[in-house]
Design a binder for this molecule. Structure first.
Ligand code: PLP
Length: 417
């Protein structure tokens, strides 16, 4: 007899202890204990992050980079310590390679704009894939329109995996940038990022990796994969919203013009001309979200204390268990069955639109996402208007997936009646 799922999971980490760190998880929703399965959209914060933010705001808050007084000096120091934590967390060589932005969307817009202005011209080509978030689609479409460049798209197979042999055919000396997610938010596919980067570099192209869905769930080493840019969002990694960023190789940052201009990004301003600060300041105009950066540092401390390898192992156990449960439910089609997947189960029920499905799930206290997940081209590829998505974090329990499966069965009975 195989070992019960709860003891398999318990051997990796003690989820009941972890759950005590997240105050929101004790909530009762519509008379039932909250089951939160929308972690790909946004994650909750542990007490250590909430307390760090609160202490910083109560006792330490000050502006950064400018003031020559104690509060400002201290705030600047902890702000820069957070940057160092992010750099170490991603495996960056230098702290200054990490540029803070409001999140992945702004990070990709920054790179598309600055890199595009400097390196993309008429006739050049940009490659994305068929399973990108709109944040990694629209900025490149706009850039191509503006610069007279061409957008090419890597197709996916029925399982949701990139067709690497087709990707190879798209690459050429005209390719300037390959912009690709590490993990698809709509399907959960983990892309073979190292191989993709190696092939792009072989034709002289640069690579931006959209890491919004990977960074919170697996160990990432930007030097090992050798990407040129790697983006992330704090609110998907147990930190506050409004903060995220992008790693970039320093020699590349140094060549790029600013995206947003104004205070704090300058070397010198006269009425005739402005010279720009060195990276990362060149790309961080204006007063940054100071408290959020401190919160991000605290979230990284929390993740490091658990360990990304343990997190990945545990979430993988949840994924395998949930997939097994869903495969046994008649009338459910899982969209995205890649061999390498992160803890996301996207599914479609013929009997009902995902918006109706999630409304019914909510009656059982279950928070799932129903929609196109900002990936409309992906929905078109799989011939569905939308999917219901359960996205798991290390604070979820196998029992919550049992409850989800029961609620989905109830839903199917309700809509088929
Ligand atoms: N890229 C991916 C893969 C995502 O999942 C998301 C958000 O869901 C984004 C980009 C956009 O992130 P944000 O809204 O934090 O800017």
């Amino acid at each position: 007899m195989s070992e019960p799922i709860t003891s398999v999971a318990d051997n990796i980490l003690n989820v009941e202890n972890i759950r005590k760190d997240f105050p929101v998880l004790t909530q009762i929703v519509r008379g039932k204990p909250l089951i939160y399965l929308d972690n790909a959209a946004t994650t909750h914060k542990p007490s250590s992050v909430i307390e760090r933010i609160s202490k910083f705001d109560a006792e330490e808050y000050g502006t950064v980079r400018r003031g020559a007084y104690k509060l400002s000096e201290n705030a600047t120091q902890v702000y820069e310590e957070s940057r160092q934590k992010v750099a170490d967390f991603m495996g960056a060589e230098k702290k200054g390679e990490v540029v803070f932005t409001s999140g992945t969307t702004q990070a990709i817009n920054l790179v598309a704009h600055s890199f595009g202005k400097r390196f993309v011209n008429a006739g050049d080509e940009i490659i994305i894939s068929n399973i990108e978030h709109h944040a990694n689609t629209v900025p490149w479409q706009v850039l191509c329109e503006e610069r007279g460049a061409k957008l090419k798209v890597i197709p996916v197979n029925d399982a949701g995996e990139l067709m690497i042999e087709e990707y190879e055919k798209l690459l050429s000396s005209k390719t300037r940038m390959v912009a690709i997610n590490h993990v698809s938010n709509a399907l959960g596919t983990i892309n073979p990022i190292k191989e993709i980067i190696e092939k792009a570099h072989a034709v002289g192209a640069k690579v931006l990796v959209d890491g919004a869905q990977s960074i919170p769930h697996m160990k990432v080493d930007v030097q090992d994969i050798d990407c040129d840019f790697y983006t992330f969002s704090g609110h998907k990694m147990y930190a506050p919203s409004g903060i995220g960023g992008v790693y970039g190789k320093m020699d590349l940052w140094e060549e790029l013009p600013p995206y947003v201009t104004g205070g704090d990004m300058i070397m010198q301003v006269t009425l005739e001309k402005t010279t720009y600060a060195k990276p990362p300041a060149r790309f961080e105009a204006g007063t940054p979200p100071i408290t959020q950066v401190i919160g991000l540092g605290a979230a990284i401390d929390y993740l490091n204390a658990i360990g990304l390898d343990k997190i990945a192992d545990y979430e993988n156990t949840l994924l395998e268990y949930g997939t097994r449960l869903f495969n046994e439910i008649e009338g459910v089609r899982i969209i995205g069955n890649a061999h390498h997947k992160a803890s996301i189960i996207s599914f479609y029920i013929e009997a009902a639109h995902p918006h109706d499905v999630v409304t019914l799930l909510d009656q059982d206290g279950i928070s799932c996402r129903g929609g196109h997940h900002c990936a409309q081209p992906t929905m078109i590829r799989y011939g569905v208007p939308a999917t219901t998505r359960a996205s798991m974090a290390f604070y979820n329990k196998p029992e919550e997936l049992d409850a989800l499966a029961e609620s989905v069965k109830k839903c199917i009975r309700f809509f088929s009646a």
